[in-house]
Ligand binder design. Structure first.
Ligand SMILES: *[C@@H]1O[C@H](CO)[C@@H](O)[C@H](O)[C@H]1NC(C)=O
Ligand SMILES: *[C@@H]1O[C@H](CO)[C@@H](O)[C@H](O)[C@H]1NC(C)=O
Ligand SMILES: *[C@@H]1O[C@H](CO)[C@@H](O)[C@H](O)[C@H]1NC(C)=O
Ligand SMILES: *[C@@H]1O[C@H](CO)[C@@H](O)[C@H](O)[C@H]1NC(C)=O
Length: 495
């Protein structure tokens, strides 16, 4: 355990010291690029996406109706279980830009303020009863609602709460209403909820859960804590993973410093604010600028200038500055995919979560053949971070899906096919009639995953066989790091 924790801490240190202040994996988004640069071979014919439009998508405005293909299957398939990972919703910046005011955002929830949701009022009162729930470790001491009139760093905003009330409500329609997933008398063992020890993930998870099971019975809910942002449980010890991450970070550093337009922009921004370029870069300004952008707030100006009503033009950060940083992040994302170093890290980072998901699916699939499976997990929710979800997408071969936006959701569904005439229930045959779907933000990406890309969707089986997923998780995903198991991959020598 102590080893696992220290490896964890190492990862956290790597991410927060090397990565986040400069050009983080943690905050790379699905960005557009406005012009070609550096390596034109990587992005030739695709029309240049617009970094501003792409940033709007990243914000995930909750005034749009939620759509999605969750819960859709051919007739007579039976839904057995659903495993969801969410990224926390909209949050206040983690860094502040030197010499500027922080964005003025109120983090006290109120159903009188926009954006709101029909469930917001009852969510607020229900959270006051949270003492009746069961809480792992330190989770019981975290605030269950954001509640500061000026948001604290990293605090979930009302927008973030509403995003997840919507997500939960959407999946309630898809799974509970349409497929009776957790019927009225569900047992506490059928629901699994886990989160990291940050208030924004805890609160996001609770908002999601409230949308999914409005006014749920607290006494049936246990909230578990994951100590690592990778959700690696007791399998966090993986030295090779950290070395792959370091390689990726070196690539990222080279890519960034070779981007002359980005470097020029940082110099200009720093001059505007009257701080050293190094200091500005370390403050990761795109994080705070995104918050202004997503909340429709003017970009910050230096404190001294904002006291006069008309700030000098040169004293404010601009949309052009923002667009350059976002364009570079997208370029970096493309180059990262090409270089393949991140994929190796991702496979090792994501394996423990995928392995637990696979094991849960296998158990309920097996149980469904004999009894009704009331002791197995039917709905699992993991409330996580971008640094959790991005490696998961990478490991599944879904990097093209883009960097996780606020309140992104990744869903695994387990389906039982129609009963065969005879024989299928024989020992060892049950797996053949089990199927998996993978959806990201409501889009069915099952046939884009590494484990089902080759499956002919017009074959007799319209869905992806669970067996493909099982052998991917247990063996095939390690091909990319020349290994056949997690243990071997983690402890091999990395050059
Ligand atoms: C949703 O909100 C965003 C930001 O406030 C705004 O730009 C957009 O026009 C709104 N869309 C709709 C459909 O109301
Ligand atoms: C929010 O904080 C205020 C005091 O700062 C307190 O009176 C109020 O009860 C809190 N609300 C919730 C829902 O925790
Ligand atoms: C993966 O899950 C199996 C149980 O299905 C377990 O025996 C194994 O230890 C797990 N491996 C890792 C690396 O977590
Ligand atoms: C796997 O083996 C191939 C061929 O020996 C080699 O080129 C590649 O670098 C190896 N990959 C890793 C991650 O070690």
């Amino acid at each position: 355990m102590s080893i696992a924790v220290s490896i964890n801490q190492l990862t956290v240190i790597l991410l927060s010291v090397h990565l986040i202040p400069t050009n983080p994996v943690a905050e790379q988004m699905s960005l557009g690029k406005s012009r070609k640069r550096v390596n034109p071979v990587l992005h030739t014919d695709a029309p240049a996406p617009d970094p501003i439009r792409d940033s709007h998508r990243y914000c995930n405005y909750p005034n749009l109706t939620e759509h999605g293909w969750e819960g859709h299957s051919p007739a007579d398939y039976r839904l057995l279980s659903v495993h969801v990972m969410i990224r926390h919703g909209d949050r206040f910046p983690l860094y502040s830009i030197p010499k500027t005011k922080k964005p003025a955002i109120d983090c006290v929830l109120s159903d009188k303020r926009k954006p709101s949701h029909p469930l917001l009022g009852s969510f607020i009162s229900h959270m006051a009863l949270g003492g009746r729930g069961h809480w792992d470790a330190s989770l019981g001491y975290l605030p269950r609602l954001p509640n500061h009139s000026t948001c604290e760093m990293g605090e979930l905003t009302q927008t973030g709460v509403v995003q997840h009330l919507k997500n939960g409500d959407h999946l309630r329609q898809a799974y509970i209403k349409r497929h009776n997933l957790l019927t009225a008398d569900w047992s506490p063992r059928q629901l699994w909820v886990e989160t990291t020890g940050k208030s924004r993930t805890l609160q996001s998870g609770l908002a999601f859960l409230f949308g999914f099971l409005p006014r749920f019975d607290w006494s049936r809910v246990t909230v578990r804590q994951q100590w690592s942002t990778l959700f690696c449980g007791s399998s966090c010890d993986c030295p090779a993973r950290n070395r792959f991450l370091e390689q990726e970070q070196r690539r990222q550093y080279r890519q960034r410093t070779a981007d002359t337009e980005l470097e020029r922009t940082y110099v200009t921004m720093a001059k505007t604010l009257g701080v050293a370029t190094k200091i500005l870069r370390a403050a990761n300004p795109v994080d705070a600028l995104l918050c202004h952008f997503c909340h429709g707030l003017a970009f910050p100006c230096t404190n001294t200038r904002t006291t006069s009503n008309v700030p000098d033009e040169g004293a404010c950060l601009t949309l052009q500055h923002f667009a350059v940083i976002r364009r570079q992040q997208k370029d970096d994302e493309l180059e990262r995919r090409e270089a393949g170093l991140y994929r190796r890290y991702a496979v090792l980072a994501a394996h423990p979560y995928l392995n637990r998901t696979a094991t849960r699916m296998e158990r309920i699939a097996r149980a469904s053949q004999t009894r009704r499976g009331t002791e197995e997990v039917v709905f699992a929710l993991a409330s996580a971070h971008d640094v959790t979800m991005a490696p998961l997408l990478g490991a599944l071969g879904l990097e093209r899906a883009g960097f996780p936006k606020f309140a992104a959701r990744l869903v695994f569904e387990l389906w039982n096919g129609p009963e065969a005439k005879d024989g299928d229930r024989k020992r060892g045959q049950w797996l053949k009639n089990m199927f998996i779907r993978v959806l990201y933000n409501g889009e069915d990406l099952t046939f884009d995953t590494s484990f089902c890309r080759e499956h002919n969707r017009h074959s007799a089986q319209p869905l992806c066989p669970l067996g493909n997923f099982m052998s991917f998780v247990r063996n095939d995903m390690f091909n990319i790091v020349n290994a056949t198991s997690y243990k071997q991959a983690c402890h091999q020598t990395v050059l």
